[in-house]
Design a protein around this ligand. Structure first.
Ligand SMILES: [Zn+2]
Length: 197
């Protein structure tokens, strides 16, 4: 998230689980690291904060999108500092009314905790050039819909996408050919414009 919060506030809060927060990560700012070995599928942390509408936020860098217009504000806890990776070791999911991070694979103590920011985003509200350093780096962090098909499928199969993005009804292309329209064999109230895709 790179959601900045004063370190002074962090020391007042009890850290979640057994994760530790480090100040600097090789020029990326702060990051969150495993304080112990973490098993695949294990819950790592919960994202906390206040739910606000898009219109209430000036700077989206400090927020986590959790709905078409809903964002979770900075919490001041370690969840603010989980960095993005295009090849992450964690995924994000809804767990009833909680938003949690879980391990996509076994994570060794001291490894950095990461997830793919694109698994929360839609609407074109926020994007950023990516320098995660992964061999699979896409170069840009954007919306879920803009991910390569194989990447979307992987995250969906892993349950590592916020449910509002998965449950969003897909726009199905018309299977009716223009010839059928012209012939009058199929009719609709509105003509469908031609598409080149
Ligand atoms: Zn990347």
């Amino acid at each position: 998230m790179a959601r900045s919060t004063s370190p002074r506030n962090l020391s007042k809060k009890k850290p979640q689980t057994s994760l530790i927060l480090l100040e600097e990560v090789g020029g990326k700012g702060r990051g969150v690291f495993a304080g112990r070995d973490i098993s695949a599928h294990e819950e790592v942390l919960e994202f906390l904060g206040n739910i606000v509408d898009r219109s209430e936020l000036d700077d989206l860098t400090h927020a986590l999108q959790i709905g078409p217009r809903e964002f979770l504000t900075s919490s001041g806890d370690v969840d603010d500092f989980v960095n993005h990776s295009c090849e992450p070791n964690c995924g994000i999911r809804n767990d009833d009314d909680r938003i949690v991070l879980f391990a996509l694979k076994d994570i060794a103590k001291d490894d950095e905790i990461t997830f793919d920011y694109s698994t929360t985003q839609t609407g074109g509200f926020w994007s950023m050039l990516c320098q995660c350093g992964s061999d699979k780096c896409r170069g840009m962090i954007g919306d879920f819909q803009d991910l390569p098909v194989g990447t979307k499928t992987f995250y969906t199969q892993q349950g590592a996408v916020l449910s509002y993005l998965v449950e969003e009804p897909a726009v199905k292309p018309s299977k009716v050919s223009s010839a059928e329209y012209k012939s009058g064999r199929r009719s609709r109230k509105k003509p469908i414009p031609a598409r080149n895709c």
